[in-house]
Every structure is written in structure tokens, then in C-alpha cells.
Design a binder for this molecule. Structure first.
Ligand SMILES: [Zn+2]
Length: 304
């Protein structure tokens, strides 16, 4: 296997929502990034506003910056598995305007959380499954008609909402597209690769960031303990056709340091330009590892 297409390297606007979008996109491009993911914060980029979407589409074309995905908004009531019909319908409609926006931006994917409820009984998870399947099918079809991938994101490993995603995947009749969040997979998880290996073929985009296993801190890849080399080989073997999309956050790191709440061994962040340059190097390292795994794979196939 292995693809000849070179994946783009990109980063989410979540890196620093305190910067105006235009400035942030320019600085990403200056740092070398070829793609951007739009973070979940609709106040940063109100992508329900068609005029604003058209402006940003123009700018990304001018900057030659590909828009890989939009992350749908996050709120406790935006729940694709909710037994409340109105709440579930609201969540579906919100995902639809995100899908419309990424289509207008000529991008690839919308990424979404199935639910944002951390704690549910096993019975409650089971009782929500049929609602979840219906919502995901509807959105997969709606996105598919526009050539967009509707991707569910794995959630922080220890919690109920991730159990529900696993149950959804186990009981799905059609393939479900996934967005792999490495930080979430690595939280209190003795082997994050159990999930990743099992569903590698479903991964269509990524939220790549790092941590030390305890907290959802979204550090730059290689700053924590997640094994990005192993991930790169695995994705390459699985024929991954997406881009190398980071989801690390300078803004969150700055807040932790300002409050003295940084995690042990966390690097002290510098300014945005340096942070983006370091992030670009990390992303390029992952892309290089994917490409060398893919060429080794091809060489092995040719020799046998
Ligand atoms: Zn994520």
C-alpha cells in the first residue's frame, strides 16, 4: 500500500483563539503550514454567517492554505445521542451548518463529538445507541452528498462518551469516519494503540497533540509521551489519505503558566511565531515518518 500523494501539514485555529482569524492564518502560512483546521469556537470564526465564510474562503485561497476540516461546536446540549428529540435535532442542525461551511471553504471534513456527557451508566449508553446511529447516518449522508467526510472524534479515554463511541463503532452497519485525537487517546490509557490499531482504516483526519497521560493539555507533538513514530507507521500502513493536522494550543499553555497550573516537564511557551515554527517542525517530522514508512513498505512489496 502507501500513497504517492504527499500529505499536507496543518494546524487548528485552536492554537490561539486570542488572535484575530486573519492574522492567525497569515502567521500559520508564514511558519510553513499548508493547511488549517477550523477549531470549535464559533465566536472566533462565525461560520454560520455565509458572508464571513466567503471572505475567509477568499483569504485561504490567496494564502494557498487548504482548509482540512471544521470542528463542530462543543456544548453539553449539543448531543447527537440525546434522547431529547429537540436537543438531538438542534445538534444535527448545528453540524449541518458546519458541513455547509466546510463545503464552501472547499475543505474535506467536519469533525464532531458524539456527546459531551462524561459520566453515563452502561444502561444509558446502550439506550442512546439507536439515536446515535440515526444521527450519524443522517450527517454522514448529508456530508457525503457534498463530498465532505463527517468524522467522529475519539474522546478522553476514561470517560463514558468515549465508551459510547466504541459501542457505536462495534454496532455500526456502515463504516463510520473517524478523526483521531492523540491527546484524548493517551489520557489514563495504558495502551492508546489498542483503539488506534483496531480502527486505523476508519481514520480520515487528525487532531495531533501530546500530553503526559494525565491531562488533556494539547501540547505540541513530541513534547509528551505519545508515540508519534508508531502512529506515523501505522497510518501509513493503513493507507491513510488525510493530512497531518495538529491540534496543540499555545493559548491554553499560556493560561496554565499564568496560573501556575502547568504540568510537570511542560515546556514554557514562547511567542506565537516561535510556537508555530516549532509546531511546523513537529508536523513535518510526522509527515516524514509517514513517508519513509510508506516507501519502506513499497520497497518490501517490490522485493517480495
Ligand atoms: Zn480534538
Amino acid at each position: 500500500m502507501g500513497t504517492s500523494r504527499s500529505p499536507l501539514v496543518g494546524i487548528s485555529t485552536l492554537v490561539d483563539y486570542s488572535q484575530p482569524l486573519e492574522l492567525l492564518l497569515r502567521k500559520m502560512r508564514e511558519a510553513g503550514f499548508e493547511a488549517v483546521g477550523i477549531g470549535h469556537k464559533v465566536s472566533h470564526f462565525p461560520y454560520q454567517d455565509k458572508r464571513r465564510v466567503a471572505e475567509v474562503a477568499d483569504l485561504t485561497v490567496k494564502l494557498d492554505l487548504f482548509v482540512d476540516y471544521i470542528h463542530t461546536p462543543i456544548d453539553i446540549f449539543l448531543d447527537l445521542s440525546s434522547p431529547n428529540d429537540y436537543a438531538r435535532e438542534a445538534a444535527i442542525l448545528v453540524c449541518k451548518f458546519a458541513i455547509d461551511a466546510i463545503h464552501e471553504l472547499s475543505g474535506r471534513a467536519a469533525t464532531a463529538h458524539l456527546s459531551n456527557v462524561q459520566s453515563m451508566s452502561l444502561e444509558e449508553i446502550e439506550s442512546r445507541l439507536s439515536f446515535a446511529h440515526d444521527s450519524v447516518r443522517e450527517l454522514t449522508n448529508y456530508a457525503g452528498e457534498k463530498g465532505i467526510l463527517f468524522c467522529l472524534e475519539n474522546l478522553p479515554h476514561p470517560y463514558s462518551y468515549h465508551r459510547m463511541l466504541e459501542r457505536l463503532l462495534e454496532t455500526a452497519k456502515e463504516p463510520i469516519s473517524l478523526c483521531l485525537d492523540t491527546c484524548h487517546a493517551n489520557i489514563h490509557n495504558p495502551d492508546p494503540f489498542t483503539f488506534i490499531e483496531k480502527y486505523a482504516s476508519l481514520i480520515r483526519t487528525t487532531h495531533l497533540s501530546d500530553n503526559f497521560g494525565a491531562r488533556d493539555v494539547h501540547l505540541t507533538p513530541f513534547a509528551g509521551t505519545f508515540d508519534f513514530g508508531r502512529l506515523a507507521r501505522l497510518l501509513s500502513l493503513a493507507g491513510y489519505d488525510g493530512n497531518v493536522m495538529l491540534e496543540n494550543s499555545l493559548e491554553a499553555a499560556m493560561k496554565r503558566f499564568a496560573r501556575g497550573q502547568q504540568v510537570p516537564k511542560e515546556p514554557r511557551p514562547r511567542g506565537l511565531d516561535e510556537y508555530l515554527r516549532d509546531s511546523f517542525e513537529a508536523a513535518r517530522r510526522i509527515r516524514d515518518a509517514m513517508q519513509s514508512a510508506s516507501s519502506q513498505d513499497q520497497a518490501t512489496a517490490a522485493a517480495s
